[in-house]
Design a protein around this ligand. Structure first.
Ligand code: F6R
Length: 631
C-alpha cells in the first residue's frame, strides 16, 4: 500500500511528480522518492528521503531537474523497515533502470536468491528491488536479438519479467535507454492514466491526476502500457492491444480542500450533514402516484426477491458499518445476515448456502483482503452448476471506478466525496446510510415490516441533516474541553448494545488509531464476563445509551462500571436514567433504529480532539494508510 505517480510529456516532471505525491501521501508516508531522466545525459537521477514527503521536498529545494520523464513514490512499509535504503525508486546495479511499485511480490525471496547467485548485490530489503534487476537481465537478453533501445523493447522486457512475478502490484519503470518512455503495469492494485495537455500522468489514485486533467483511462487488471509523449499503447495479459474511450472524473473525485479546518478529519466530520443531504437526494425518491418513498438503488426488484440470506464482507471501519447493516437487515427486514472480516473469510469461508446475497463494503474499493474474499466467493459460487448458488453481489463503495467497481456489477455508490483523513468518518456515515437504504428496500419487497414502521424510519432519515448540524455545533467545543481533561489517559472502554454495539467498536477504533490510546469496545452486557477486571478510576467508560429495547440494560451495565470507580461518559439524550453519567454528551432523542447515525458524531469529535490535543498527526497517523492494498 503505497502511492505511485509517473509522468512523461513536454513539461518539467518534478513539479508534476511532487504535486501528485502530495495527493497520494494519505496512502503511505514512511518515505518518498522520485527518479527523473536527465534530458542531456539520459542518466536517471534518483532522490529519496525517509519519512514524510516534506523531507524529500526539503532535499530537492536546491535541485534543478529539467527532465520531463519521471516516476515518484510514497511508501507504506511492507518488506523492509521504513528507512532510507528501502525508499523507492529502486534501481538495477547500473542505475539505468528505476522502478516504483505498490503491492507485494510474494515470490521475491526466490527471485532474489537466484539473482544473488548470479552475483547481483542488493541495496535494500524490499521485495521491489528484484524488479529492476530482472528487467536489466531481460534487456541484456533482448539486446542479443538486436532490438533497438526504445520504449517497445522496454515494454517487452517488463512484460517478460511480470510473467515471473507472483502477487499483486502497480508499477512504473524508467529506462535510460528509452528516455521518453514509461512502462506501467498493474495486477490487483489500482492504476489510472490521466490524459493531460502535453503530458500523460499515471497514478494510483485520481486526486494525483485531478490538478492536470479530468480525462482518465483507468487501467484494467493485468494490463501493461507504454507511455510516450506521443501516445499510449495498452495491452492485456494476452498481449492484445486494447482500445477504449477515456472517461471524465466526477467533480467529487477531484476536490481535496481542507477549507478552514485544521485537519481534513475535522472537515470530514463536519461534512456529514451534507453527506446525509446527498444520500437523501440521490437515493430517496417520492413516488408521485402514491406519495410513498422508494429507495433508488440501481437494481431491479427481481434481484431482491430471490434473496434468502446475506453475507457481508469488510475490514475495519467498513466492517463496523456492516455490523450495523446486519442488525438492520435481520431485525428490521427479517433477512438472516452474517458479517465476516474479509481476511478471515478468505481462508475459512462458511459452507455455501443457496440464494445468498454477498455484499462487499469498502470505501476505497481497493482493500486487498476484501477484493480477494469477494473474488474467492465469485469463483466458488460460479463453479457450481445450480442457479440457486450463483453469485449475487452488491458492493458498497465510495470509489465506483476502483477495483471493486470493476469486480462487482451492482454498486451502491456512497457518494461521500474524497476522504483524505486516514481515519474514516464521513465514509462510515455514508456506508451506514447505504445499509438503511438496503434494509428499507428489503423490508418493502419482502413485506417483513409494516409500511407504518418503514414510513417512520424514512421520516427519521429525512429529518437527519439539521439534527446533525446541531450536534456538531454543540459538541465541537464541549468535546474539545473534554479532550483537555482526558488527553493523558491510557485506556478507555466503550460500551454499547444492540444496534449501537458496532458504534462502541467504531468509537474505540477511532480513538486508538489517531491518538494511540488503548481503547476497546464491548457489548455492554459482556463487561461482567471479564473486561470489568480492567476498571478502576483511571479507566473511563464511554457508554452509548439510546432509549429503546436495551436502554435500561445499558444503564445497569454503566452502574456496574461506576461501582468500580470508572469515570462515566454517556452518549445519550437527556432523560430518566442518564443522571448516572459523570458527563453526558447529549444527542437528540430519536427512534432507536436511527440512533447510530447520531451517536457516532460525538465519538468522532472526541477522538479527534484528544488526538489534536496530544499534538499528533491526526490526518496521517503512524503505521497506517488510507487504503490497504496488500494482504
Ligand atoms: C479506520 C479505517 C480502516 C478502514 C479499513 C477498510 O478509520 O479507515 O479501518 O476502514 O482499512 O478500508 P476500506 O473501507 O477502504 O476497505
Amino acid at each position: 500500500m503505497c502511492g505511485i505517480v509517473a509522468v512523461t510529456g513536454y513539461k518539467k516532471a518534478l513539479p508534476l511528480l511532487i504535486n501528485g505525491l502530495e495527493k497520494l501521501e494519505y496512502r503511505g508516508y514512511d518515505s518518498a522518492g522520485i527518479a527523473i531522466i536527465n534530458p542531456d545525459t539520459n542518466f536517471i537521477s534518483c532522490n529519496k528521503a525517509e519519512g514524510k514527503l516534506q523531507n524529500l521536498k526539503n532535499n530537492l529545494n536546491d535541485h534543478n531537474l529539467p527532465g520531463t520523464v519521471g516516476i515518484g513514490h510514497t511508501r507504506w512499509a511492507t518488506h523492509g523497515k521504513p528507512d532510507f535504503k528501502n525508499a523507492h525508486p529502486h534501481t538495477d546495479s547500473s542505475g539505468n533502470i528505476a522502478v516504483v511499485q505498490n503491492g507485494i511480490i510474494e515470490n521475491f525471496q526466490d527471485l532474489k536468491n537466484k539473482l544473488e547467485e548470479e552475483g547481483i548485490i542488493f541495496n535494500s530489503d524490499t521485495d521491489t528491488e528484484v524488479i529492476p534487476h530482472l528487467i536489466q537481465r531481460e534487456l541484456n537478453t533482448l539486446s542479443k536479438l538486436n532490438l533497438e533501445n526504445n520504449g517497445s523493447t522496454l515494454l517487452v522486457a517488463v512484460r517478460n519479467v511480470l510473467s515471473d512475478l507472483e502477487g499483486s502490484y502497480a508499477l512504473a519503470v524508467l529506462w535510460s535507454g528509452a528516455p521518453n518512455s514509461l512502462v506501467v503495469a498493474r495486477r490487483q492494485a489500482p492504476l489510472i492514466i490521466g490524459l493531460g495537455e502535453g503530458e500523460f500522468i499515471c497514478a494510483s489514485d485520481t486526486p494525483a491526476i485531478a490538478n492536470f486533467t479530468n480525462i482518465i483511462l483507468p487501467m484494467e487488471d493485468e494490463e501493461i502500457a507504454l507511455l510516450t509523449p506521443l501516445g499510449i499503447e495498452i495491452y492485456d495479459s494476452n498481449n492484445e492491444r486494447q482500445y477504449r474511450n477515456p472517461v471524465s472524473l466526477k467533480v467529487s473525485e477531484q476536490i481535496m480542500d481542507k477549507m478552514n479546518f485544521k485537519h481534513y478529519m475535522l472537515k470530514e466530520i463536519f461534512d456529514q450533514p451534507q453527506t446525509a443531504k446527498n444520500w437523501l437526494e440521490n437515493y430517496l425518491i417520492k413516488n408521485s402516484d402514491n406519495g410513498q418513498y422508494q429507495i433508488n438503488y440501481p437494481f431491479d426488484t427481481e434481484f431482491f426477491k430471490s434473496i434468502e440470506r446475506i453475507e457481508i464482507i469488510a475490514c475495519g471501519t467498513s466492517k463496523h458499518a456492516a455490523m450495523v447493516g446486519s442488525f438492520l437487515l435481520e431485525q428490521f427486514s427479517g433477512i438472516p445476515t452474517n458479517v465476516f472480516y474479509a481476511s478471515e473469510f478468505r481462508y475459512s469461508p462458511p459452507p455455501l448456502l443457496p440464494n445468498t446475497l454477498t455484499i462487499g463494503v469498502t470505501q476505497s474499493g481497493e482493500t486487498a483482503d476484501t477484493i480477494a474474499a469477494i473474488d474467492m466467493e465469485i469463483k466458488r459460487r460460479s463453479s457450481i452448476e445450480n442457479e440457486k448458488f450463483k453469485p449475487n453481489l452488491i458492493a458498497i463503495t465510495n470509489r465506483k471506478e476502483s477495483s471493486i467497481g470493476r469486480q462487482v456489477l451492482n454498486i451502491i455508490d456512497i457518494c461521500a466525496g474524497i476522504e483524505v483523513g486516514v481515519a474514516a468518518t464521513k465514509t462510515f456515515f455514508a456506508q451506514l446510510l447505504s445499509f438503511y437504504g438496503l434494509a428499507i428496500k428489503f423490508a418493502q419487497i419482502k413485506g417483513n415490516q409494516s409500511s407504518d414502521e418503514i414510513g417512520k424510519l424514512i421520516n427519521e432519515l429525512i429529518k437527519l441533516p439539521p439534527l446533525l448540524e446541531d450536534l456538531l455545533d454543540k459538541h465541537n467545543k464541549s468535546s474539545e474541553k473534554l479532550a483537555h481533561d482526558f488527553f493523558n489517559i491510557k485506556d478507555v472502554i466503550f460500551l454499547g448494545r444492540g444496534i449501537n454495539y458496532p458504534i462502541a467498536l467504531e468509537g474505540a477504533l477511532k480513538l486508538k488509531e489517531i491518538s494511540y490510546i488503548h481503547a476497546a469496545g464491548y457489548p455492554a452486557g459482556e463487561m461482567k464476563h471479564g473486561p470489568i477486571a480492567l476498571l478502576d478510576k483511571k479507566v473511563p467508560v464511554i457508554s452509548i445509551a439510546s432509549p429503546g429495547e436495551v436502554f435500561d440494560k445499558v444503564i445497569s451495565n454503566a452502574q456496574e462500571a461506576k461501582a468500580r470507580d470508572s469515570y462515566l461518559i454517556g452518549i445519550a439524550p437527556e432523560c430518566n436514567g442518564t443522571e448516572i453519567f459523570d458527563y453526558l454528551m447529549k444527542v437528540p432523542s430519536s427512534n432507536e433504529w436511527i440512533s447510530p447515525l447520531l451517536n457516532i458524531l460525538p465519538l468522532q469529535l472526541l477522538s479527534y480532539h484528544i488526538a489534536a490535543h496530544r499534538g499528533l498527526d491526526v490526518d496521517q497517523p503512524r503505521n497506517l494508510a488510507k487504503s490497504v492494498t496488500v494482504e
